[in-house]
Design a protein around this ligand. Sequence first.
Ligand SMILES: OC[C@@H]1[C@@H](O)[C@H](O)[C@@H](O)c2nc(CNc3ccccc3)cn21
Length: 437
Amino acid sequence: MKRTDFPKEFKFGTATASYQIEGGIEDRSPSIWDEFSHTPGKTKNGDNGDVACDHYHRYEEDIEIMKDIGVDAYRFSISWPRVMTDGIKPNEKGIDFYQKLVDKLLENNITPFITLYHWDLPLYLYKEKNGWLNPDIANYFQDYASLMFNKLGDRVKHWITLNEPWCSAFLGYFVGEHAPGHKDFQESFYVAHNLLRSHGKAVIAFRDIVKDGKIGITNVVTKVESLSNDEKDIQAAKLVDQYINGWYHDPIVYGKYPEEAVNSLKNIKLDIPENDFDIISQTIDFFGVNYYSRQVISYDENHPLKFKHAEGPLPKTEMGWEIYPKGLYDKLVEFNNKYKLPLYITENGMAGPDKLENEQIHDDYRINYIKDHFKSTLDAIKDGVDLRGYFIWSLMDNFEWAHGYSKRFGLVYVDYNTQKRYLKDSALWYKNFLLNK
Ligand SMILES: OC[C@@H]1[C@@H](O)[C@H](O)[C@@H](O)c2nc(CNc3ccccc3)cn21
């Protein structure tokens, strides 16, 4: 498989997120992840993003690395608390950082794709305004989005409103594994709805400000399969697919939540104001797909959503996620048929047992993972999927949320003691692939 097997305009890239790589906390106000990661017991080894990959001070070096690898595009997120103090007052120093980042990318012919929200909500908005639980958060988000569109929209034409609202809602407000660490089932549905409303308000602003731009939303897209052919397991898997995938896609395209999932939520209040779905279902230009693996589901009477995860038999990454490239093909074809929107794979990659030896990292497992998922991507394109790009997660090893720095997803190895970067064999492979070798 060669690069020229893909459409000429197809964009190959890599991706990161602000809290996971930037550090530079001295020049920004705090986020919910600053408080969460500094709370004992919340992250592995008590790791936090205070320094991370020090990208805030090393962004020029990191762009040089991307140039060397030869990527067409780079997906990164803006730190809301960096560009607006407490999420409200524009901070010119923070805005200036992203101005310089964008200009350096463009100088190197790397197309910027900006994610407005990748989980680092300004702490003030959480503490004083109740964060994503407050319907008014959509107005704060629209103001933030508008500021970024006005500041960067003349040069940045590809925008993603939210990264994985399912994670923000379900992991942040029900499971409690992510910031702000709530464990309230009802809250997680209010949060999901306010995230989607915020998305819609940002799209409305975008249409006024960046008239020649493209905007979408990125969700985690998981292939959900039933453990058995037992009718209860099949039904449980169908509902999980609706809770994770449909819940964050159907409202945007169809203006409603998936019916069976809604009907299954007997004790959940959704009391939705009449015109909310008019806001949420603003026309978008693409869906971003973050694909990593599948979930094997069986029925469980004791779970509020009546399901439990089953251990699949396939080889797994360091995250314990099965390696399942067929799932990517399946979801791409399904989404293409169901939503009829252009798609970008905004994240795909693996955490591996990466070891630095003689300034080299031999990660053949990651090369094979990427090749297998590229093959699924190419098969989907050949079968008619309107797929426009693929961003490998991640450019470099970084802060992996509750796992801290214990999981390495990067094409580039980061020695956190020295902040020295080392291209892994997978980065060298990607470089040759992009040269069509
Ligand atoms: O875990 C790897 C990446 C993470 O570093 C990104 O910030 C995030 O966008 C991301 N999403 C997924 C897939 N969804 C997910 C599933 C379970 C736990 C957390 C995220 C993986 N990843």
